[in-house]
Design a protein around this ligand. Structure first.
Ligand code: NAD
Length: 267
């Protein structure tokens, strides 16, 4: 078992699969206390917990729908009572409900906005309330709290057939920046990670199909689909004091997807 180097407490939403699970495991390997929120997949959450513990961390599983205010409040209460405090929120839970715009139902619109945008607001608000209750550390001692919004390249790349998703992710961009500005004087850091194509359940119908995968790779100059572990490593760094002077920024982790790949041969 690796030596414990990081005794911070991290809460990760939607940590029963994909990117959230990989982030949880990466923090576990640092020896962190990891609060694993899940929605429906309890087996996935148990797998995450097992990996966190095997990596040298401690863990707690808690079910909650991030779009429900009372469930989010209960999630944070449980996390703080279990570990005494909270240092980092990874706002990760997200869904897709794809449809051509003219056929998009209000339910498809509302469910994506509720989970992907309102859910991130509710969780960030609980985290900020807790961070603000901590003692201000003064200068040069690191942040008292850290929030990372898991957004998407579709916070800046328009996406036909996914208007609800792109609208939520675009909203996260200004939620993140405005909040970062508001709480920087309290020594709270707020940043975004915007992944490109990462192989998870959310897009498995694309990367498991050879033809669709080949089409997708045309959009990725670096020539490979990302893995959840790529995002895990970045999240650990962005939540650490190594990145202490970074706030209000989005890091695009996308193999160059945001570089206008259509212009690779001069357009
Ligand atoms: P995923 O489907 O494996 O993970 C999404 C997680 O969110 C799941 O664990 C799911 O149970 C959870 N979730 C869904 N609704 C919830 C709710 N109401 N309350 C709590 N949890 C809920 O897919 P992923 O790719 O790991 O997605 C994680 C995040 O990364 C999402 O915000 C997604 O938009 C974003 N993202 C993914 C990619 C990609 O290519 N995979 C690219 C850009 C952004």
């Amino acid at each position: 078992m690796p030596a414990k180097t990081n005794t911070k407490t991290i809460l990760i939403t939607g940590a029963s699969s994909g990117i959230g699970q990989a982030i949880a495991i990466a923090f576990g390997q640092q020896g962190a206390n990891v609060v694993i929120n899940y929605y429906k997949d309890e087996d996935g959450a148990n797998h995450t917990l097992q990996q966190v513990v095997e990596g040298g961390g401690r863990g707690l599983i808690h079910q909650a729908d991030v779009g429900k205010e009372d469930e989010v409040e209960a999630l944070f209460k449980k996390a703080i009572s279990e570990f005494g405090s909270l240092d980092v929120l990874i706002n990760n839970a997200g869904i897709q409900r794809d449809s051509a715009f003219s056929e998009m139902t209000l339910e498809q619109w509302d469910s994506v906005i509720s989970t992907n945008l309102t859910g991130q607001f509710l969780c960030a608000r609980e985290a900020i309330k807790h961070f603000r209750s901590k003692e201000h550390p003064g200068d040069h001692t690191g942040a008292i709290g850290n929030i990372i919004f898991i957004s998407s390249v579709h916070d800046i790349i328009p996406w036909a057939g996914h208007v609800n998703y792109a609208s939520a992710k675009g909203g996260i961009l200004m939620l993140m920046k405005s909040l970062a500005l508001e709480v920087a004087p309290q020594k709270i850091r707020v940043n975004g990670i915007s992944p490109g194509a990462i192989a998870t359940d959310i897009n498995d119908e694309v990367w498991k199909d050879e033809q669709k995968k080949a089409e997708l790779l045309k959009l990725i100059p670096y020539g490979r689909i990302g893995q959840p572990e790529d995002v895990g490593k970045l999240a650990v760094w962005l939540a650490s004091d190594e990145s202490d002077y970074i706030t209000g920024t989005t890091i695009y982790i996308d193999g160059g997807m945001t570089l206008y790949p259509g212009f690779i041969d001069n357009g």
